[in-house]
Every structure is written in C-alpha cells, then in structure tokens.
Design a binder for this molecule. Structure first.
Ligand SMILES: [Zn+2]
Length: 302
C-alpha cells in the first residue's frame, strides 16, 4: 500500500520545493534548440501516436485545481493517459501513469486523508505488449513532470534515454524528493542515459522537427509539453498538467499546489502561442473528454 501516499506526497513535494534549483550537472548532452517551426513536410511518414489508459483519478472534490475557489465541492474523474510516439528513429514514451501495481489492487487505491480514488484498468506493460513491445524496447523516455501519476512506472524504463528539463531533474533528486514515497517509482533514472534540457531551449527528439519538447514551468520547476507533428492528423500538443479540468484552460485556473503561479500563467501563454502558431490540436491530458476523443488503443493517431 506504499503507492497510496503518492498523491499526498506529490502535493507536499510541489508545495514545499519553492526554491528554484539551478540546472544540475552538465554530464548530460546539451539540448538542441528547435525554436524555428519545422515545415509540415518535416513530419515523419511513419510517425504514430498511441494514447494509453494509464490510470483514472476520481476526486470527490477538485477544489485544489483552482486557487480561486471556483471548483470547491465539485466531483470529477480525471483521465491519466500515457502516450507512445512511434518514429522511424525510435519509440518515445511520454508519461508513464500511476504504478502498474495499482492494477493489482481489486478496488484501486485510496490515499489516506486525500480525496482521490486511484485505479488502473490495465498495466502499461500489457498495453505495450499489445504492440509487441516491452519496456527495454523503448528508446526514449520523457515526462511532462515528476508527479506520481506521470512517473509511476519510470523505473521500468531505466534502460531508455531519459529526456528531462534540468530543473525538473534537480527537483526529482533533491534531498526532499529522496525522502518521499514516490521517489522509489523513478529512483533508477538517476543512472539512466540522460539528456538534460537547459535554459529555455526546446528539444528536438529525433532531429527532424517532428517531435519537440517545450519548457513550460510552473506546475513543477521543469514541467514540459510535447508537440507531435503527425503526417495525416497534423500537429498535436500534449500539455501535461497545464490544465487539469475542462474549465481550466478558458478560466486560466491555477492549482493551489503549483510550484510557481506566475510561471504557470506565463507557460499557459506560451502554450497558447505555440498552439496558435502551429495550429495544433491541444490535448489536456487529465481531461477525460480529451482522452476519449483520441483513437481507442491500440488504434493510433497517424
Ligand atoms: Zn498529473
């Protein structure tokens, strides 16, 4: 029942690590800038995006997702997807959901003193197996951010190349984080082959402009979003925890437990500008309607 403290811990972690940590060591590769929009022709012909159910988060009260009090008393179930991007240059897993072990609990997990019921209908390893894949087959790993509902299965991918914002990595391996229960979910990444994204740079995962990671701090010190330029469906922006609720984007709701409110609002502006410039379909990862609008796994968006 260790996973149970996960969410509570993640909130505490986020609330307590208010110090902006400078970029960690420079042993990792330097991020390649990808700031000029790639032409549509850059979309790789075989690029595919798979949306997998990696958990469901049933909240009795979503008050914490709006620091203006406007959502107090509202119950809501949040989706918790993982995304697999298949590119001729390799596979990228974006977020890993809640731990697969939650799927073994007959009625999921109910963290003590926290109004959420966490379930996992299927294990990530089983979803990957449906595509003929196992964790060691995944070349690249990246998370929108460090919280348990995104890094729950991180240790399964310690053999992948981990692409991470330098500030996020520093927070993940801070003394405070090491003392948290969720640390065990991603501890093995400390020794993984790592690419750190420094400064304000974007990162071009495959070097052809088709899949880029953009820094959007605020929810956590190094929160990121992913832009995937699909050959048929066009650009798709996977926005992590930029907007948790269906109301959040329009009303610019800021969760009360975010790392930095100002950064959050600036990152919302940055994502809106990116969406406008690229014409991307914006996917609010925790919004159930957005997950339901994706092709049902194992059908990809192409
Ligand atoms: Zn989340």
């Amino acid at each position: 029942m260790k996973k149970i403290l996960l969410l509570a811990t993640c909130v505490v972690l986020a609330a307590c690590s208010q110090t902006h940590t400078p970029p960690a060591a420079t042993t990792a590769d330097t991020a390649a800038p990808a700031d000029s929009p790639a032409p549509a022709a850059a979309a790789a012909p075989a690029l595919k995006l798979y949306a997998m159910n990696c958990g469901e988060l049933e909240f009795a009260d979503v008050d914490m997702f709006a620091d203006d009090g406007s959502m107090k008393g509202v119950a809501r179930t949040l989706a918790d997807p993982c995304y697999l991007i298949r590119h001729p240059g390799g596979d990228l897993l974006w977020d890993s959901g809640v731990p697969d072990a939650v799927a073994d609990a007959p009625d999921g997990v109910r963290p003590e003193g926290f109004p959420v019921h966490v379930t996992r209908p299927r294990k990530l390893v089983d979803e990957l197996a449906e595509l003929g894949l196992s964790p060691p087959d995944i070349e690249y790993l990246s998370f929108s951010h460090m919280h348990f509902d995104h890094t729950g299965n991180a240790n399964l991918f310690a053999a992948s190349t981990w692409i991470v914002d330098a500030d996020e990595r520093a927070a993940m391996f801070s003394d405070k984080a090491r003392g948290s229960d969720e640390f065990a979910n991603y501890s093995a990444l400390e020794n993984a082959r790592t690419v750190q994204i420094e400064g304000d740079a974007d990162y071009d995962v495959f070097g052809d402009g088709s899949v880029t990671i953009h820094q959007t701090p605020g929810h956590t010190p190094g929160h990121t979003v992913l832009l995937v330029k699909l050959p048929q469906s066009g650009p798709v922006l996977l926005t992590g925890d930029m907007w948790h609720l269906a109301e959040s984007r329009e009303k610019r709701l800021v969760p009360s437990f975010n790392f930095n409110r100002e950064q959050t609002l600036a990152s919302m502006d940055k994502v809106e500008a990116l969406a406008k410039a690229t014409g991307a379909r914006v996917v609010r990862q925790h919004v159930a309607e957005d997950f339901a609008a994706m092709p049902a796994f194992p059908k990809p968006l192409e």
